[in-house]
Design a protein around this ligand. Structure first.
Ligand SMILES: [Fe+2]
Length: 395
């Protein structure tokens, strides 16, 4: 019996899904198509950055796409091309936050306002009157339509803004239904750490692992004794899947780090004088490449950045409650250490799929490339849903 999830505007019938073929992975032509159809600004809904990493008044390079620049001026965030209109060099070549709304090119001192309009360039005259004004307009930085949601900013296909807004509202509804609507807001959270982890393989493998709860009980002793996979609830929208897991009664007892996380939470909530939530984690994968992980005690914003057909980087941001370190000194680090234990385990899982696919291909084996487990609690429903999304978008 294949499970079906149905809600207004979106039905996910697992019996109609097919795993991706071997040709979909680590292939130069497919990769070029993906960049165009899935990752180009305005091709769909593509994450470019979160408020937590954009200066209050200023600019920085996009967290997810180095070809883009994000500016914020009096609360208005914009996505602009990170390409100087003088001679196409990147305007910003690192991720530093620049606390100034004017964007300047270091090479010839051309500069732009936060809306992309051209201020001017060193010793250059664009002409007077209408001709000069038209030239300046032509030399403005191109900007892209943006959709913002709980401080997350996405470039969006302007023709489909309503569809994407409705889909993000489904995520809101799923969190609200479980009493954790506020877990999507990061206003009282601070960035504790950020890191870039390079991986061997196809970027889609990271999303597969994100949508696979099947490997958690046998493979992650710490995580599996902290979050109870038997309690899993799946939700789906057109462009996302989410998993909700309750805290396990084992209290992380299969790993000292996870046990310390569970104990630390008890103390933290006691000191705050509030009841401890029962939810362990809500994992939301927003395709193509954003993963928001709302743990009890930590939030993760992870972005898979494709680098090449067999290479990608996972950029991970760790956020903790602003008062956690003060109330329970060391707890943010304890939680990060536990999470990183799982990350290390997952690296093997991720890269071994790449290696196995290569072996199967070189042996000339005609294997199913993935047989997602959709029986019982359908612990790999997220994999099937992601494959289905990819197939439709790439068709
Ligand atoms: Fe894992």
């Amino acid at each position: 019996m294949s499970p079906v999830w149905s809600r207004p505007g979106h039905t996910f019938d697992t019996s109609e899904t097919h795993p991706l073929s071997a040709h979909a992975y680590a292939d130069a032509e497919v990769f070029a198509n993906e960049l165009r159809r899935l990752f180009a600004p305005e091709s769909g809904l593509v994450f470019v950055g979160h408020d937590a990493f954009i200066p209050e008044n200023g600019h920085r390079r996009s967290d997810a796409d180095p070809r883009l620049l994000l500016t914020r001026d009096n609360g208005v965030v914009r996505a602009l091309a990170n390409v100087c209109t003088h001679a196409c060099r990147p305007l910003v070549s690192d991720d530093a936050a620049v606390p100034r709304s004017r964007v300047a090119c270091a090479f010839h001192d051309w500069s732009f306002r936060s809306d992309g309009s051209l201020i001017g360039g060193r010793d250059v005259d664009f002409g007077d009157g209408d001709v000069g004004a038209a030239t300046r307009r032509r030399l403005a930085l191109p900007s892209f339509a943006l959709l913002s949601w709980h401080g997350f900013h996405f470039t969006v296909d302007p023709q489909r803004i309503d569809d994407y807004t409705a889909d993000l509202a489904r995520v809101d509804a799923d969190f609200a239904e479980r009493g954790i609507a506020d877990w999507l807001d990061l206003d009282d959270w601070v960035v504790f750490a950020s890191q870039d982890d390079p991986y061997r393989g196809d970027w889609k493998m990271f999303l597969e692992v994100f949508g696979d709860c099947y490997h958690v009980p046998p493979y992650h002793p710490g995580l599996a004794s902290f979050a109870d996979c038997d309690s899993i609830e799946w939700t789906f929208g057109e462009n996302f899947h989410a998993q909700f897991l309750q805290l396990s009664r084992q209290r992380g007892n299969r790993s000292p780090r996870y046990a310390a996380w569970a104990d630390g939470l008890d103390l933290y909530y006691r000191l705050r004088g509030e009841p401890a939530p029962h939810m362990a984690v809500a994992w939301a994968g927003l395709y193509p490449n954003l993963m928001f992980e709302a743990y009890n005690g930590m939030r993760m914003i992870s972005i898979v950045v494709p680098v090449g057909p067999g290479e990608y980087v996972n950029r991970a941001h760790y956020l903790v409650p602003a008062d956690m370190e003060r109330l329970v000194p060391g707890l943010p680090q304890t939680i990060k250490d536990a999470y990183d234990e799982t990350v290390l385990e997952d690296r093997v899982l991720l890269e071994s799929r790449h290696d196995g696919l290569q072996s199967a291909a070189s042996l000339g084996l005609d294997l199913d490339r993935y047989y997602p487990n959709l029986s019982g609690r359908a612990l790999e429903a997220g994999v099937a849903h992601f494959h289905d999304w990819w197939t439709h978008r790439m068709a």
